[in-house]
Design a protein around this ligand. Structure first.
Ligand code: FES
Length: 447
């Protein structure tokens, strides 16, 4: 019997039957509006059975970012990625980008163990069936020594998976019923149009790409990114340049949660803004930081001069790989060797973000330990700061429970209206896309 004041640890096994039920009590607090919303149940973050179900229902039906577009920019390169418990190959041919299950059409053997160059031919290591970069079976050695009338190589190409690119990212979707990536992204391509992300590149500088092994559930990392309630206490340095009072909502229709900081720099430090800004940004983009958590596994921290991009790879309920990359607009950071001055600026910027990320990891791992080992029942979200979590939780609940991904409803945008904009004052420098909509509707973006 529990001592006075101590809640019994949640019976996760009892809840298991509800994880995939649309009307289940398990998800009821997430269906509420923001002013009656709660955190998700401990099992969502800490139960191995939930993680397995999530791999199938959420990662098996979402558009999942699996690589940077630059990693598979040229024909002849092959990437191996894991998504929804499946191994997937990514290639590029003259016809474009391709994704396939990593399994031979002869007897199913894994075709590649890791990223490699393939000279445009994927060769099975077992009996040497050959596939072209666009997935066609082009050779089956010795197979016709005793010909089979029923064997036509055209019927044994690699199994395709839906593969698309947007901006700096390549996405895979294992489910044919999921809405197209265009619908999934909503208005993000328009919001970010002026940045020209497809032209942004990483650099070969030390530390421009790094992977962290985090002892926390992937959703805790997304949640920490998507709310700024914790900012003054967990990220005191970030709070100087991305001040709490300068945060505004940045959410149109789409499977994402967003916020913006305007202006991006407080008056205490601006050394992370010394890198050259992208050309062609309007007044709002040029003065703002955009922070977008694209469901399920990407976070984009976009500054006028650079992006700190995280792609999350869940390995277990309590373990996530965090692939972090700095990207830069076309200019002196990406054209040839950066100057000594730029390298110094980058090192200051890099150290700043790594410090913030270390703080991230520390608090997320602590949250994981508390949820796993304490298992307190979910508490209420702060409407002023944590509305994006309610939006994220609804997306999670939908993907876990919908019988068909074809029934998924992409979240609408915040504007116009205002009931979901608690505490957010009118943005003095709203993004162009919101100004344009306000003009159309005759309302301000925060009316
Ligand atoms: S399993 Fe691939 S060629 Fe036999």
């Amino acid at each position: 019997m529990a001592a006075d004041g101590i809640q019994p640890v949640a019976d996760w096994t009892q809840a298991e039957a509800e994880w995939t039920q649309p009307e289940a009590e398990f998800w009821a607090p997430q269906r509420n509006g923001v002013d009656a919303s709660f955190a998700m149940q401990p099992a969502v973050y800490a139960d191995d059975g939930f993680f397995a179900a999530e791999q199938e229902r959420l990662f098996g039906r979402a558009w999942v970012a699996v690589a940077l577009a630059g990693e598979v920019a040229r024909p002849g390169r092959l990437l191996v990625r894991s998504v929804g418990g499946r191994s997937v190959l990514l290639t590029r041919s003259d016809a474009g980008l391709h994704g396939f299950l990593n399994s031979c059409r002869h007897r199913g053997t894994e075709l590649a163990e890791r990223d490699c160059d393939i000279a445009n031919t994927i060769r099975c290591p077992y009996h040497r069936w050959h596939y072209s970069a666009d997935g066609r079976l082009v050779a089956a050695p010795l197979f016709d020594e005793v010909p089979r009338d029923d064997f036509d190589m055209a019927n044994y190409g690699l199994i395709r998976v839906r593969t698309e690119a947007w901006g700096p990212l390549v996405f895979v979707c294992l489910n044919d019923d999921t809405p197209p990536l265009e619908e999934w992204l909503g208005d993000l391509p328009d919001r970010f149009a002026a940045y020209g992300f497809s032209e942004w590149r990483s650099t070969g500088l030390d530390g421009a790409a790094r992977t962290f092994d985090v002892a926390a559930n992937w959703k805790l990392i997304v949640e920490n990114f998507a709310e700024y309630y914790h900012l003054p206490w967990v990220h005191p340095e970030l709070a100087k340049v991305s001040r709490v009072p300068d945060h505004y909502r940045y959410q149109g229709p789409g499977m994402y949660c967003g916020q913006t900081t305007t202006p991006v720099s407080g008056d205490e430090r601006d050394d992370w803004l010394t890198l050259p800004a992208a050309a062609g940004l309007d007044d709002s983009d040029a003065a703002s930081g955009r922070f977008v958590a694209l469901f399920p596994n990407v976070t984009l921290a976009v500054l006028p001069s650079h992006m700190f991009l995280m792609v999350l790879e869940p390995l277990a309920a309590g373990r996530t790989l965090e692939h972090c990359t700095f990207l830069f607009p076309p200019g002196p950071m990406t054209a040839g060797e950066p100057s000594a001055e730029l390298r110094t600026s980058f090192e200051i910027t890099r150290r700043f973000w790594i410090e913030v990320n270390d703080e991230y990891i520390d608090i997320c791992e602590r949250a994981q330990r508390g949820i796993s080992l304490g298992g307190a029942p979910p508490g209420p979200l702060a409407p002023r700061f944590e509305e994006p979590l309610n939006r994220f939780h609804k997306m999670t609940a939908d993907l876990m429970t919908l019988p068909s991904a074809a029934d998924l409803t992409v979240p609408a945008g915040d504007r116009p209206g205002g009931v979901d904009l608690y505490g957010s004052e009118p943005n003095p420098l709203p993004p162009a896309i919101e100004s344009a909509e306000a003009a159309l509707t005759g309302k301000t973006s925060h009316s």
